[in-house]
Design a protein around this ligand. Structure first.
Ligand code: PNS
Length: 164
């Protein structure tokens, strides 16, 4: 059984992430979407909120499983018998960082882990969760970037933060 992993912070999940996940799910027997819990990082959404939004966005996909992880991705992969990592590549600027990660993950797993790059869809080439958070902060249009439920969640979150 070919099991892949697509990992990220998903703060929040965007249509760009979703597009890669849906395309990758077609190529794998099982795709694990791994939501990172980095205790040293400040997120807009809690781990539970980020995970719930990922689950909600992918509920129609039978071969996708959503899990949390912390620490090294390669350790999580070994524990879950996952052989390869799927990464989306957007603009050229992603390339150097992604290549470094791919080499590091290959090295620390003694070559057991493979990374597969997929080009982001044209309309999501410059989309990122941080751009989405910035647009949301200023009340801009998000419907091209987020699905309806996620858009509602981020609007509510910004409202709560603004009222503090
Ligand atoms: O959405 P992000 O924050 O860009 O995702 C980054 C992620 C989760 C892919 C990456 O930070 C990660 O895998 N972190 C876990 C630690 C790790 O294994 N790093 C790679 C070895 S240097």
């Amino acid at each position: 059984m070919k099991i892949g992993v697509y990992s990220g912070s998903f703060d929040p999940i965007t249509k760009g992430h979703e597009d890669i996940i849906r395309r990758a799910a077609k190529m794998t027997d099982k795709l694990v979407v791994a939501v990172l819990n980095n205790v040293n990082k400040r997120y807009l959404f809690s781990l539970e909120e980020r995970t719930a939004m990922v689950l909600c966005s992918l509920k129609d996909l039978d071969n996708v499983e959503v899990k949390n992880f912390q620490g090294l991705l390669t350790d999580f992969m070994e524990e879950n018998k996952i052989e390869f990592i799927i990464r989306g590549l957007r603009a050229v600027s992603d390339y150097e960082y992604e290549l470094t990660m791919a080499f590091a993950n290959s090295d620390i797993s003694q070559g057991r882990v493979e990374t597969i790059f997929m080009p982001a869809a044209k309309q999501y080439m410059y989309l990122s969760s941080s751009v989405v958070r910035e647009i949301a902060n200023y009340g801009g249009k998000l419907s091209d970037y987020l699905n309806e439920e996620v858009e509602k969640k981020i609007r509510d979150k910004i409202k709560i933060q603004g009222s503090r």
